[in-house]
Write a protein that binds this ligand. Sequence first.
Ligand SMILES: Cc1ncc(COP(=O)(O)O)c(C=O)c1O
Length: 393
Amino acid sequence: MRLARRMGRLGTETAFSVLAKAKALEAQGREIIHLEIGEPDFDTPPHIVEAGCRALRDGHTHYTPTAGIPELRAAIAADVARSRRIEVYPEQVVVTPGGKPIMFFVILALVERGDEVLLPNPAFPIYESMVDFVGGRPVFVPLRQEHDFRFDLDEFRAGLSERTKLVILNSPANPTGGILTPEDMAGLAEILRERPDVFVLADEIYSRLLYTGPSASIASEPGLDPDGRTIILDGFSKTYAMTGWRLGYGVMPEPLAEPVTKLQVNSNSCTNAATQYAGLAALAGPQDSVDLMLAEFRARRDLIVSGLNDLLGVECIAPKGAFYAFPRISGTGHHAVALADLLLDEADVACLAGTAFGRYGEGHLRFSYANSQENITRALERMDEILSQSVVR
Ligand SMILES: Cc1ncc(COP(=O)(O)O)c(C=O)c1O
């Protein structure tokens, strides 16, 4: 089939292909431990599920306004205003089916052929995929274990050029679990204030899943709020264990909210109506489920980090947010893809090669610890057995 040439520039998310391979092995009778896919294993809290069901029973089975129901846009504006300590208006909020469409729409709306986009590497693969797709040029700022997977601000500054149109930040980060500290944000803001023509996409989908220190958002920095040129991407998938509902949002300058809404009219029309009412209940209701989930993630993080550090040739620093560990595995003598394949084929443990997130991910694997402590322990035992036989010296 002769597809449009642009399709050749579209990337993908390896997590979904590894999941498919792991499922195929399961269909052959193998028992795989899933540490590849990035979604909370918890159920959506019951009061949120009930609100979604009630919305359907109450007849919310129709289209909604494209940018979202007014009550939800207002609730999101209030929540973001409180958590980032800034002013936010409902008109700046666009509700989308998951956080991903915000990435897609914002890049489509802003980036022209030849424009440069500064982004972390390793990072969520869809950033690079989308920038390539629209004909932009990704410029990578490496995230290294030696630097706690934070930007080196000199490297960040050096990456900016006359052609830079957009900068993408992600904290807490996928795949590293690293964060940008309040000091990092202040430093980035200082650099970005010199470049008022550059937009900032702040992917804060893991903002509530933070283990240490105060959370920091570039949007809280003077001159970088969403009234100017910052777009906050956040949503319900990770915070409220709602990946399958598809509910996210962007908070952006009003003049950008309009074209982004237009892109949504041209694609999804609107976000699922009942899902939006469920989201409203999530924001308005008790938050203790988020705290309980975070406490469990913290226990799993401690378990997996200490277990990984006990493996031959593996070295892991403690992630500060999200639910990913990103150990260095170069001491095993294997490349990332080869080791991820070996672990799936021989140990029945599914994980991702760091290179699935960009070239600076070489020498690392990503483990999602959104799985029970029991399964994490079993996975560590299986990996220990394989690695003690196969470390290349
Ligand atoms: C960094 C990052 N941003 C955005 C998303 C997309 O979230 P959603 O499922 O709400 O579209 C993910 C999902 O894995 C992610 O890791």
